[in-house]
Design a protein around this ligand. Structure first.
Ligand SMILES: [Zn+2]
Length: 237
């Protein structure tokens, strides 16, 4: 019968302990890094807000307004905060570090032997046209055919949020959503349709109040197979 070598077992234990400590240190360092990043983000946010406020004060003066009158006193700050919200997709993240969409989606990717089409339709979308910096808003419908992996349903809305809360054109937004979903779960195919109203068309120029702009991106089997595409389009109708 072989007795346990005390030296060996000690060595193993101390290796295990140091490994454990290393794990803890890494965890601690990660937390510290996240806290530092959050503080840094806070500083960046505050200075961005001050910068935007000052620009909005100039805009008010440029319009011939008096930024010191009671009603407008806090308008620059409020407008700056609103603009930051409308463009939070540039800075948005969950952990406090710089946006990594895959990191955001990672915890909601599931292995699933489901091979039927998944569709979430009429996701509300608010964005800003990059040509006029006025809003465009509407609805996004997303469909995909899984290939061993599915994405938590709420994350589809999250993808829409991240890409719509920034200066956009509807065509690019549509494509970015489809590509992000493809990169996250490599499905057999993806279809994205956006129907939106653009304030730059409604409020100025031609004033086409009831006009809607529809854009679509079809990837994989949604592009190659007319039957799959038809099924998707009829289900979101
Ligand atoms: Zn526009």
């Amino acid at each position: 019968m072989e007795t346990e070598n005390p030296v060996k077992s000690l060595a193993t234990r101390s290796m295990l302990e140091s490994f454990d400590m290393k794990e803890q240190t890494t965890e601690y360092q990660k937390e510290k890094k996240d806290t530092n990043q959050k503080q840094l983000n806070g500083v960046v946010e505050t200075s961005l807000q001050e910068q935007l406020s000052s620009s909005y004060r100039d805009i008010l003066e440029g319009l011939g307004e008096d930024p010191t009158r009671a009603g407008l006193l806090k308008t620059p700050q409020r407008a700056a905060k609103a603009l930051m919200f409308f463009t939070k997709g540039y800075r948005e993240n969950m952990s406090g570090s710089k946006l990594d969409l895959l990191e955001i989606l990672n915890d909601a990717i599931f292995d699933e032997d489901h091979d039927e089409m998944v569709i979430v339709k009429d996701i509300e979308m608010f964005s800003m046209c990059e040509h006029h910096m006025v809003p465009f808003m509407g609805k996004v419908s997303i469909g995909y055919l899984p290939n061993k992996r599915v994405l938590g349903l709420s994350k589809l809305a999250r993808i829409v949020e991240v890409f719509s809360r920034r200066l956009q054109v509807q065509e690019r937004l549509t494509k970015q959503i489809a590509v992000a979903l493809t990169e996250a779960i490599q499905p057999a195919g993806v279809g994205v349709v956006i129907e939106a109203t653009h304030m730059c068309m409604v409020m100025r120029g031609v004033q086409k109040i009831n006009s809607k702009t529809v854009t679509s991106t079809m990837l994989g089997v949604f592009r190659e197979d007319p039957k799959t595409r038809e099924e998707f389009l009829s289900l979101i109708r």
